[in-house]
Design a protein around this ligand. Structure first.
Ligand SMILES: Cc1ncc(C[n+]2csc(CCOP(=O)(O)OP(=O)(O)O)c2C)c(N)n1
Length: 634
């Protein structure tokens, strides 16, 4: 059930209700929203600190602009909880990220206020610009188009491409830069340094405040404010900053920096900006985790903290105390350090997911050889290609879903040149509550089409370790290893390295009635299913194929020679993936066996816990049992 909203919030079911309040009431609304977010997210985990940081911005935007006819786009969308609460989803907010519940990200299908679906970063300016151009072509000249983007997401190439394109237009576009000086981990790179420079420049801020006072106090400037601001901007440029403003170089009118938690001031500024046509950017300074002391102190931990005590902010460990298998990401993080100790040519790369993929461990121990390149997957891959071209062995760790961004770089910059880059695709398969934008369901299919790509998928932590060991041995060409989110299956995984022959499968269970072929962690589901089936008198052979590419054709000939019924199981789309590869093999060699393919159907997978979703799509152990039973009865 939804907790109590405060006295003002309980009466707000849409931005129209919000607009009935006086400006003086807005700080209280903000406080009530913040408490409501903390109440719900403390028991129903989600992205906390980013949403706590945007409460005032959200209230001010919906107060000033005519949403939904004015278009509001949240970059990444993980900071949009206040937006959801204000736009008719307060009563369902307790279902956030659950199966059949509301999404953790904006979604066009979910609400008319979600002008554009997000999840992956740095798309908001392009989309808002597109909408602005559409409005102009459709003669909707009064409508406003607002993109809210964080300083982290501003480091993504797409954001720069959009600024470059939009800046020379006269589109009615407002970019609000939500600058909290952090991404998930600390933000990196030159843009971050630049923003920090502006935010902390005392003389610059004093001058900007003056500008706002003059403009705010003189409504008579009206339509002329554009040129006034421009003149002032130029003066700032030449006299105070003594260097050009990055956004003005992109031909955006730049305003700020301003306090992103002063809701009344924000309302005033936004009202002024509403009257200024053309592309403009408002730079706001916010505190990630605002209002919850622990989250303010440790924004990375509280980016997505899990369950916590809403009064103290303390994180509550919900995992059972029995000995736990390690997380796959930590096996990666520890193993790369060991390998880098043995092989001086190894380096690690992450595009802004250092903690998420555990490369942070190597960054601490070997800062010269582990790189966070910012939210920049395409750059990460080509940067890896450059390193590999000079004989280094980069381990480029990118979440499966974010690697979609860099497909051409994998094809054109790495594979085509047969460069030895090791791609570690974390979060391969269903990731759970983040839902469709974040599931890693396509990588097996998109990697499979690339010539010379090795595709390995470990069944457990030990295999991940040994595949990483294998991948760094002398070879040419790209090598990808995909593994899932969360914990593995073994207690002991840190055994001495043992190379795995590339393209060699392993039979892990004997049986005569049916052959179950698996890739990655689905091997564990199949073993469980086989044990169950055996009790019913059906014996199944289970083959952990380990490599989707190259496929172990020797073992496939044996399997097709012996079994008439074959089931394939994969934690990914069945379109063009592992099952497809086995079907292609069967067709090429004219085998007659019947094949059942289990995996994710041709759709964007739902949100929910991975277990719920494996069950939904029918490839958990029970699903495999059901499939085999039906298959045997044919
Ligand atoms: C293309 C892509 N890469 C990585 C991510 C993972 N990710 C989600 S939020 C985030 C940090 C965003 O930082 P910022 O824009 O500053 O927002 P903040 O959380 O600080 O409010 C990252 C890297 C993503 N969503 N999309």
């Amino acid at each position: 059930m939804s907790p109590d909203a405060g006295t003002l919030l309980s009466k707000i079911n849409s931005p129209a209700d919000l607009r009935k309040l006086s400006e003086e009431q807005l700080p209280q609304v903000c406080e009530e929203i913040r408490n409501f977010i903390i109440d719900v997210v403390s028991v129903n985990p989600g992205h906390l600190s980013s949403s706590l940081g945007t409460v005032e911005l959200t209230v001010a935007i919906h107060y000033v602009f005519e949403t939904p006819s004015d278009k509001l786009i949240w970059d990444v969308g993980h900071q949009a909880y206040a937006h959801k609460i204000l736009t008719g989803r307060k009563d369902r907010f307790y279902t956030l990220r659950k199966f059949d519940g509301i999404s953790g990200f904006p979604k066009i299908k979910e609400s008319e206020y979600d002008a554009f679906g997000t999840g992956h970063s740095s798309t908001s300016i392009s989309a808002a610009f597109g909408m602005a151009v559409a409005s102009s072509l459709l003669k909707n000249n009064g409508s406003q188009h607002i993109a809210v983007i964080g300083d982290g997401s501003m480091t993504g190439g797409m954001a720069m491409e959009a600024l470059n394109n939009a800046g020379v237009s006269n589109a009615n576009l407002l970019v609000i830069l939500n600058d909290n000086n952090i991404a998930i981990d600390k933000n990196v790179g030159a843009i971050k340094e630049y923003l920090l420079g502006i935010a902390t420049s005392r003389s610059y801020n004093r001058f900007k405040d003056l500008v706002w006072k003059i403009l705010g106090g003189n409504k008579r400037y009206g339509a002329n404010s554009r040129s006034i601001v421009k003149q002032i901007g130029n003066a700032v440029k030449s006299t105070i900053l003594k260097k050009s403003n990055l956004f003005e170089a992109f031909k955006f009118r730049y305003f700020g920096p301003t306090d992103g938690h002063d809701v009344i001031h924000l309302v005033k500024i936004l009202r002024d900006l509403k009257r200024i046509p053309g592309p403009k950017i408002l730079h706001t300074i916010t505190v990630k985790g605002k209002g919850l002391t622990n989250a303010e102190k440790e924004p990375t931990t509280y980016h997505s903290p899990g369950i916590f005590d809403k009064n103290t902010g303390e994180i509550i460990n919900t995992e059972c105390t029995e000995k736990l298998s390690p997380k796959f990401q930590n096996v990666f993080g520890k193993t790369i350090i060991e390998l880098a100790g043995m092989n001086k040519r190894i380096v690690g790369i992450t595009p802004a997911m250092a903690t998420g993929c555990s490369l942070n461990m190597m960054m601490q121990l070997m800062p010269d050889r582990a790189f966070d390149v910012g939210i920049a997957e395409q750059h990460a891959v080509t940067f890896a290609a450059g390193l590999a071209a000079q004989g280094m062995i980069p381990f480029c760790n990118i979440y499966s879903t974010f690697m979609q961004r860099a497909l051409d770089q994998v094809i054109h910059d790495v594979a085509l040149q047969k460069l030895h880059v090791v791609f570690c695709l974390d979060r391969g398969g269903l990731v759970g509550e983040d839902g469709a934008t974040h599931h890693g369901t396509f990588d097996l299919a998109y990697m499979r089409m690339i010539p010379d790509m090795v595709i390995a998928a470990p069944m457990n932590e030990l295999e991940l370790r040994n595949m990483m060991y294998t991948a760094q041995q002398d070879r040419t060409g790209p090598f990808s290893i995909r593994y899932p989110r969360g914990r593995g299956f073994l207690e002991e995984w840190k055994l001495p390295f043992d190379a795995i022959e590339v393209g060699k499968a392993e039979q892990i269970r004997k049986g005569d009635d049916v052959a179950i072929l698996t890739i990655g962690i689905t091997g564990n589901f199949a073993v469980e299913a086989a044990i169950h089936l055996e009790k019913e008198g059906i014996t199944s052979a289970v083959f952990n194929m380990r490599f989707l590419k190259p496929l172990d054709e020797v073992i496939l000939h044996e399997i097709f020679g012996k079994y008439k019924k074959i089931v394939t199981v994969e934690d990914g789309t069945i379109v063009g993936g592992f099952g497809s590869a086995v079907l292609e093999f069967k067709n090429q060699h004219n085998y007659s066996a019947r094949i059942q393919i289990l995996g994710i159907p041709d759709l964007f997978a739902a949100q929910g816990s991975p277990e719920e979703l494996y069950r939904l799509y029918g490839y958990d152990s029970e699903g495999i049992v059901r499939t085999v039973q039906k298959f045997m009865s044919l």
